[in-house]
Write a protein that binds this ligand. Sequence first.
Ligand code: RIB
Ligand code: CA
Length: 311
Amino acid sequence: MSFFIDCDPGHDDVLAILLALAHPEQINIKGITTVAGNSTVQNVTENILKVLDYIGVSIPVAMGCARPIRREPEPQPAAHGVSGMDGPDLPAPKSRVDARHAVTFLFEEILRQDEPVTIISLAPMTNLAILFETYPKVRNRVERICLMGGSLHGGNILPRSEFNIYHDPEAAKIVFGSGIPITMSGLEVCAEAKTMLKDFEPLKHGGRVSRLAYELMDYYSGYARDRDWDYTNVFDAVPVAQILSPELFVGTKYRVAIETEGELCRGMTVALPCAGEPTEPCVTVLEHADGVRFSALMLDALRILDQKQHD
Ligand code: RIB
Ligand code: CA
């Protein structure tokens, strides 16, 4: 199965990609595309190029949309720093971004695959919405979208809105209405998939990849430490973990509509039970996670990648 990852690295995006990279036999990444979200599209693109160079992995990267479909970008320096990946001090990347725009890249590369692909969406869905609107036939070549975004009750930007949906609700509405099966990792399942800060401490003495993960987590968990939490939420690692170990998660099917208007509810994911014949495709919304085994999966992936550095 071929995978494409759309992201806005972002500390948790990087940790999610590291988790995927540890299991190429299950997640064969054919391309990474970037989009404005946590920081500018230029910054998040540079961030993932730096990381891939640093760990010696060659995967095509294509830069995407610099702004939401109809709104102003709202980067998140409080969580990720101005660069989008403050903390680690990595060398400037040597590898170059693909010459194509992310939308063109996804269209051409998805059609080149022998079988339908899975898209892992870890960011605002601007690239994906424009892909599906510009090239409707590509929808038939996407088997599933596994995304981090939305919520059943909570919010991390507005009381009921999660950032990836909030940042480009018009794009999310297009993607959720695309007819492509979706597995949604919202705030509720991410809250149960806790990463304990004590587990990351020893990584600073680990291998090259573990040390990077430690530096990422050291910066990213500042928000949690300021609140005396002993854990943090690596949001974007959850959809990847669900692909690798679905048995760690429990999901329920809902019809999910996106609120695109209103100051208080912009970007809210409105989930209704899939009773009877749903008028629109059902979304598998993950609601529960085995947090201990989720954390172990993340740590094990870092050990695997450290080992690959020595092989
Ligand atoms: O709400 C969490 C999401 O917003 C994650 O994808 C994180 O990287 C930020 O983009
Ligand atoms: Ca992200």
